[in-house]
Design a protein around this ligand. Structure first.
Ligand SMILES: Cc1cc2nc3c(=O)[nH]c(=O)nc-3n(C[C@H](O)[C@H](O)[C@H](O)COP(=O)(O)O)c2cc1C
Ligand code: SF4
Ligand code: SF4
Length: 250
């Protein structure tokens, strides 16, 4: 059983790459929205979680999901696959701790470098560079798929409780995911796609415009795929990133 969280498609692509024939990865944000937290694992079935790295940790939605996760049998093999733009920092340790609280042992943590999607802090690289990163990622995902199939146990450096996270940028995630930073400009045509894409239902349409109705969100960048959505002044004039896999199916 493979769960994923994605804002701009990288982790969805990674989750699909690990699926066996006829298998579909489960959108963990959707499960949370629907109040689904209990899952039946078949005898010997592996449990995988695929998500991006944010501020050296994992998205708030992923932690929320794991903290309420109930599985019928302890998985014989549990792994996480972190997609990142450069480094996973404390993300694997953070997930290992959250899983341990649910009495689930993490056997392996994998990571794959994929294109940067953080339009708030970075300007994006030219398309050829992004294509090259995606081609390398596809190769890495093939290797990870084999490791998962062989159920390899990979040594994890799990830092003393909270240490790595405190030292990383993760504390800034809490303040940066306040939705007061978001606004929409006059280019908005009122299509409502940003609202549909928000994994945590932080937005609604009001008078033909999106409105942020929660104090905090996951900061996943799914709504900022539209050039009319901005985060303070930080996103003005910048191109947005979306993984090609979403252009065709989401
Ligand atoms: C809010 C935010 C914070 C991020 N922080 C990190 C980070 O600390 N380290 C890193 O390597 N990548 C970071 N990234 C980049 C993403 O992890 C990376 O692009 C990921 O593949 C995006 O996955 P998605 O397309 O499934 O949403 C960050 C992205 C966002 C949106
Ligand atoms: S901000 Fe963009 S995606 Fe959202 S309703 Fe307006 S045009 Fe559509
Ligand atoms: S408001 Fe935008 S950035 Fe925040 S979780 Fe929703 S789609 Fe993602």
């Amino acid at each position: 059983m493979i769960f994923y969280f994605t804002g701009t498609g990288n982790s969805y692509q990674a989750a699909l790459a690990l699926c066996g024939e006829g298998e579909t990865p489960l959108d963990l944000a959707k499960c949370l929205r629907e109040g689904r937290g209990a899952f039946d694992l078949e005898e010997g079935e592996a449990l995988g979680i695929v998500c991006p790295v944010y501020y050296g940790g994992v998205p708030s939605t992923v932690l929320e999901f794991v903290r309420s996760l109930q599985v019928s049998n302890p998985p014989e093999y549990c792994y996480v696959l972190l997609t990142c733009a450069s480094s996973v920092s404390g993300a694997a340790g953070q997930l290992a701790e959250a899983l341990a609280e649910r009495k689930i042992r993490l056997h392996a943590a994998y990571s794959v470098v994929m294109p940067e999607n953080d339009v708030i802090h970075y300007a994006f690289s030219p398309e050829e560079e992004r294509d090259a990163v995606l081609a390398d990622a596809a190769e890495t995902l093939r290797v990870i798929e084999r490791c998962v199939a062989e159920r390899r146990e990979l040594g994890l450096h799990i830092p003393p409780r909270g240490r790595m996270i405190t030292q990383s940028a993760y504390p800034y995630y809490e303040q940066d995911r306040e939705t007061k930073h978001f606004h929409v400009d006059d280019q908005c045509v009122g299509c409502g796609k940003c609202v549909e894409r928000c994994p945590v239902s932080a937005m609604v349409m009001e008078n033909g415009r999106p409105k942020w109705v929660k104090d905090k969100c996951a900061l996943c960048m799914a709504c900022i795929r539209c050039g009319a959505v901005h985060y303070d002044e930080a996103t003005k004039g910048k191109k947005r990133y979306v993984n090609p896999i979403l252009k065709s199916c989401h």
